[in-house]
Design a protein around this ligand. Structure first.
Ligand SMILES: *Cc1c(COP(=O)(O)O)cnc(C)c1O
Length: 410
């Protein structure tokens, strides 16, 4: 008799986006003539840069030629891509990495979820709240979350609330965690940590033997000088942090799939005997068993992002989205709403007016302005009373959304 992993039964069916889809569908049945503008789901709209398309075509042709065909590649990724990553994303910030400290993958979601494979289920895990749901759900599957309580919190997860009251800057929790997920610039709040604030967390981790899982999927959107692009810009971070990056939002790879994970060799955790063990070697072992590498053509496509042409196109894409972010931010403020994020990230985090709930505000925005957002409470209890809008829409749609908002009596 085959038994299932019972943990899966504790997880609700990805309630948030299916509930949104249901409500939007109902609305469309009632108002078939309405043009609904979707600023809800965090997916990009701009096509891949032409440098990427060119590289893809070339790589596809190589695969059809007996001289240049490639079969299985290295599980960790091809050197051409790893070298481009190190040179452009790290050495440019004064960070040196060895090629075997970088693991190319098929996107950051996989590795932020899979990293639990090399960590004991006895770890106490902390997350900032609201949170990217993958961090919680993957820990439920890995038996680290405990039970879901009526207040929306999992009993074994340590939640670090981030809200307007603390300016979205996480404070050290009362109970010391073993592992903490930090995502900066943040999804969903769109806020960032400056150098001084991130340094506090690195020092806290060093002093308390905590592992930081640092998700910097939105690094390319950083506009302010004082916001670090990599956690390794902070002294000592290589001893305590794994960094996850993704080409998804940076270069439109949400459908193509590529990202990478950095695990420095000096990063150690403990076995039950209290000996230090390098996480790099464990992750390498894990990948070699369960992962057979990212497609060659996709890695060639990712490499093209680092050519002068690719860099210019990526920069233009980011500016396009950040112009949307600015417009949303300014105009929502102008109509009297409290607004956060949007400066170093493509997300705008809106406080609901008059203390109404996230879902109530979502309904009003949909029915009164035909705009779809994401209720903040869907990202965790501290997201109640907020709504997320994304800057990933088309410019024209964003402008139209703003026109509709300008005349809104809230
Ligand atoms: C979009 C996103 C990712 C990247 O996901 P991919 O699997 O690389 O597409 C990672 N973390 C956060 C917080 C995100 O929002």
């Amino acid at each position: 008799m085959a038994l299932i992993n019972e943990q899966f039964l504790k997880l609700s069916e990805s309630y948030l986006f299916s509930e949104i889809a249901k409500k939007v569908n109902t609305f469309k049945v009632i108002h078939p003539e309405a043009k609904v503008i979707r600023l809800g789901i965090g997916d990009v709209t701009q096509p891949l840069p032409s440098a990427v398309i060119k590289a893809l075509h070339k790589a596809v042709d190589e695969m059809g030629n007996i001289e240049t065909f490639r079969g299985y590649g290295p599980e960790q990724g091809y050197r051409f891509l790893i070298d481009a990553i190190i040179k452009n994303d790290y050495e440019s910030c004064g960070i040196s990495l060895d090629p075997d400290e970088v693991f190319v993958n098929d996107g950051a979601k996989s590795d932020t979820g899979n990293i639990g494979d090399i960590l004991s289920k006895d770890n106490r895990v902390a997350v900032t709240d609201p949170v990217y749901p993958v961090y919680i759900d993957s820990n439920v599957m890995g038996c680290r979350a405990g039970e879901l309580q009526n207040n929306g919190f999992w009993s074994n997860i340590i939640y670090i609330p981030c809200h307007a009251g603390n300016n979205f800057i996480p404070e050290f929790p009362e109970v010391r965690p073993d592992v903490i997920y930090l995502c900066y610039p943040n999804n969903p709040t769109g806020t960032a940590l400056n150098r001084k604030e991130l340094k506090k967390w690195v020092n806290y981790a060093i002093n308390n033997n905590i592992l930081i899982l640092f998700d910097s999927a939105y690094e390319a959107f950083i506009q302010e000088e004082d916001v670090p692009h990599s956690i390794y810009e902070i002294k000592g971070a290589k001893q305590v942090a794994i960094e996850f990056r993704s080409f998804s939002k940076t270069a439109g790879f949400t459908g193509l799939r590529c990202g990478y994970t950095v695990i420095p060799k000096e990063l150690k955790a403990f076995n039950f005997a209290g000996d230090k063990v390098g996480l790099n070697q464990l992750w390498n072992r894990r990948q070699c068993t369960k992962f057979n590498g990212t497609a060659y053509i996709v890695q060639r496509a990712a490499e093209a992002i680092y050519t002068p042409e690719g860099k210019a196109e990526v920069k233009a894409n980011i500016s396009y989205y950040m112009r949307n972010a600015r417009l949303l931010y300014d105009n929502l403020k102008a109509i009297g709403l409290e607004v956060f994020g949007g400066v170093n990230a493509p997300y705008i985090w809106v406080k609901t007016p008059k203390g109404i709930s996230s879902w109530k505000f979502f309904d009003r925005l949909l029915f009164e302005r035909h705009i779809v957002g994401t209720p903040g409470v869907g990202f965790g209890p501290s997201g109640e009373g907020y709504l997320r809008l994304t800057a990933f829409g088309k410019y024209e749609d964003t402008l139209e959304a703003i026109d509709r908002l300008k005349t809104w009596k809230i």
